[in-house]
Structure formats: C-alpha cells, structure tokens
Design a binder for this molecule. Structure first.
Ligand SMILES: [Mg+2]
Length: 276
C-alpha cells in the first residue's frame, strides 16, 4: 500500500475509479443489503473535492441505484457496466441499442417465472441489463436455472446485440459493446493527463484493469487471495480500500499532492517518500 500511496500522492492530477460491491462495500447476501459503511459518503465527497482529482464509481448497478446509495454531488457515475453514465448533476446517458432494450424488456416476464424468490433467486431488471442473482440458491438449482436463463436469452434476443456474463453469484445479460474498460476509457478521455487508479474485485473489472494499464494507470485488485489479473496491486478487501482512500485524502489535504508536499509518514512508519 505504501508504494501505491506514494505514486498516487505524487500525481499532479488523478482519477479514482472505484467499483462499488466488493470494493467500497462488502458483498452482501442480497444487493439491497450492501449499504455504504459509516463515513463512506463523506469520505467520497471530500476526495471528489480534492484539487486535481476526479472520483468515479464504476458499477454493474444502475446510476439511479448508485445515486441513492451514494448521494455525493461531485461523483462521476458509470452504471450497468458502462451502458449508463452520468457526470455530476447531469442526466443519465444510455449507450445501448434501443432494439436490445425493447427485446430485453419483453424477456423479463419469462425470466421472472424462472427466478423464484423462495428458492433464493433474485431477478434484477436494470433496464439496459438483466441480472439473475443466485447467492442464496442451492448450487444444483442455480446451475439448472442458469442454463434455462441462457436458453431464454438465446431464443428471445437478437443475435449480436447481447452478451451473457458470469460475475460473483450472478449471471447477467448485457448489451454487446459495453464493458467497464470502454467506460473507463471514456472517463479518462474527458480528463487527459490524470493518473488513473482503478479498484475492483470481480472478473468484470479486468477489462478496466487492462484499460488503465494501457493508458499508464494502475489497477488494484480487491481480493483476500491472489489470482491471475491485469491489476498491478492487490488489497485484501473493502476495509483496506477505505484505509487507502483515507490516507490519500490525508496526504493530499494536509501535505498537498502532486509534489506540493511530502506524503504522510504517520501510518506504520513506512511511507517511502518518493514524492518530490
Ligand atoms: Mg464488485
């Protein structure tokens, strides 16, 4: 973490790109239970207010959902893995094919019959995507229902307009041509010269890790165990992400980022002072 912090604090301008579930907040049994921890909203607001820095939340959730969970005025938001985006205070922009959305809307009723809540399934209609959560379902039922969900998509959706992706205990039908990597490239194009730091925990974050690496930024995998990844660093979990963000804020507000001062040395005495 010291090396990462020193690099971030040395940047003249930076872009914090943060996944939500499993990164800013622990994964919960149901998506609606993953609420921001105490002080997280205030922390993000203060980070978004740091001179030279932008902060974005890049999630599979809808922008509407993110705005409800994180009522922070200065955040850039990417929802539904890039199918939705919104600048601070602006309307949501949707980047998927209207024909796909219409076909998906018609598929929801049939999928709803498959995903029985009493068996532990949660079907989430995101408008531009449809997610089948099976965290609380029996594994054998999850496999069977998952196969039927995929078959339904193949039968009802126009070929080439969609993709089926597997995340953490979720299967999701998404518009083709959208992923977190493209979304992040779009955000960075709007803020040239910024050091990009992308934090994410899931396979869907790998597109973003590759994009930031290509653009000279840094990926941070949030996981208690190592795994093959395009991220350069790893933090154990959301509490470590939180610690990093708090320390970056201290470095930048008390010492000044981008060579305007020295990074904090107060934690564990291992700040390596590469700023200068
Ligand atoms: Mg996540």
């Amino acid at each position: 973490m010291e090396d990462l912090l020193a690099r971030a604090a040395a940047a003249e301008r930076g872009y914090l790109l943060l996944d939500y579930d499993g990164t800013l907040v622990p994964i919960a049994a149901r998506p609606d239970l993953a609420r921001p921890g105490p002080g997280l909203i205030e922390l993000l607001a203060r980070l978004a207010g740091m001179p030279g820095w932008r902060v974005a939340v890049v999630s599979g959730r809808t922008v509407e959902d993110l705005r409800r969970l994180l009522p922070v005025a200065g955040l850039y938001l990417v929802g539904v893995h890039g199918a939705e985006r919104a600048a601070p205070g602006e309307e949501v922009e949707r980047v998927c094919d209207p024909a796909f959305r219409e076909a998906l809307r018609r598929l929801v009723g049939a999928a709803d019959e498959l995903a029985r809540p009493e068996e532990g399934f949660v079907l989430e209609d995101k408008g531009a995507a449809l997610a089948l959560h099976y965290r609380q379902a029996a594994p054998s039922r999850a496999a069977e229902v998952g196969r039927r969900f995929a078959r339904l998509a193949r039968a009802r959706l126009p070929a080439g307009t969609w993709r089926l992706l597997a995340g953490k205990k979720v299967l999701e039908i998404r518009p083709a041509g959208t992923d977190k990597g493209r979304a992040v490239a779009g955000l960075l194009a709007g803020y040239p010269g910024a050091l990009a730091l992308y934090f994410g925990d899931d396979v869907t974050d790998e597109d973003a890790f590759r994009t930031v690496r290509r653009l000279g930024g840094i990926g941070v995998l949030v996981s208690p165990v190592a795994r093959p990844t395009s991220a350069r660093y790893r933090l154990d979990g959301p509490s470590r992400v939180r610690e990093f963000l708090e320390r970056l804020l201290v470095s930048c507000t008390e010492m000044g980022c981008g060579g305007r001062g020295l990074p904090t040395q107060e934690h564990k005495g291992r700040g390596d002072g590469r700023v200068g």
